[in-house]
Write a protein that binds this ligand. Sequence first.
Ligand code: ASP
Ligand code: MG
Length: 446
Amino acid sequence: MSLVVQKYGGSSVAEAASVKRVARRIAQYRRAGHEVVVVVSAMGDTTDDLIDLAERVTPTPPARELDMLLTAGERISMALLAMAISDLGLEARSFTGSQAGVITDSAHGRARIIDVTPGRIRTALDDGAIAIVAGFQGVSQTTKDITTLGRGGSDTTAVALAAALDADVCEIYTDVDGVFTADPRIVPAAQHIPVITPEEMLEMAASGAKILHARCVEYARRYSVPLHVRSSFSTNTGTIVAEVDRVGFPISFNEMYLPSKSNQEPAMDTEASLEAPLISGVAHDRSQAKITVAGVPDIPGKAAGVFQAVAKAEANIDMIVQNVAVGQTTRTDISFTLPAADLAATMAALEAARGEVGYSELFADNKIGKLSLVGAGMRSHPGVSAKLFSALSEAGVNIEMISTSEIRVSVVTRADVLDDAVRAVHHAFDLDSTEGEAIVYGGTGR
Ligand code: ASP
Ligand code: MG
């Protein structure tokens, strides 16, 4: 008997019929003798709709109340799912994040999990019941207020529970058959990836790949929780996120979850996989904005002044570009990217610091897109950037900013050419599938 944590995303429970379909899938696991904990997201685009609703009431909803509102979405789906399961003759008990013991800090809208005390979940399992937990929410340790973990946070709830319950696997159910070399909504020729290492998955997620929440992958890596990303609309094998051996087979993954070694091809071609694949995929992100602080005096302490202001606005910055002043000038420009949602507050904080920093002008731009090429093989392969830049130039795409890590190259482009850029780069690195188009089973991609 294994303990399985399953997470179902919003598109998998978008309507009554899909709730019943998911319930049947859960029942199969329970009837096969497994202990099952289910984490569920809000139905379809409920969270976005609730945010729109709040904005119609006030443009500046208090963060505490917004969290209270948004957590209602997951309460609806958890209760309906428990009803659907009981209709199939099995016992299911639903729990809010707080009841499930998800303890967080008090940062509304972006709370971090500091402890998980799943006593009531353990009791439900011991009683033979299926436990259903509302994703994306917890309770603050200090204020006891209800918090949310940030958009897409249900993945993180699932992994945190899997770690706390010492689950055998954490299955993340979504509307595509696992992780692809690019978002199949933009690149229909995207290839399915059978196994990916946590390191690569983390770079993909942090670069905007929506398939998994970056914090969930981080958490899974830290606590060695095996992740399995699958479609709730098919029985295909999906993607395993785990460390791999020399022939590309996942290590420390319960056999029950492996495509059997005999009747399936190894995860990667045996010869080729003695080295990491050059590229695992192309991720894109359109949720970022760019700020340029122009005419910053090129003397020590000024960059610090700029980013102290940014830190006050609590923005999570990503790329930073600055050059030394050249020629006659004694001033330089600093550009950086940040979540578009933090743009207004950060601009205000920088305005306030104008006198102190002494820059000359401030520019905000929320029409940018970011493309990232990720692959562990980059470490040992020169020429990846050159190939990336020529693919973009052939597609007529202008590069505005560049940043790199050991296994990633990212560029900022105009938002309206991002899709073309992703397709061009995917093609240039020979990632296009020859086996037909990837299936997107549901969801609005919102
Ligand atoms: N319902 C929340 C959202 O849409 C959490 C999640 O789906 O993981 O962001
Ligand atoms: Mg959602």
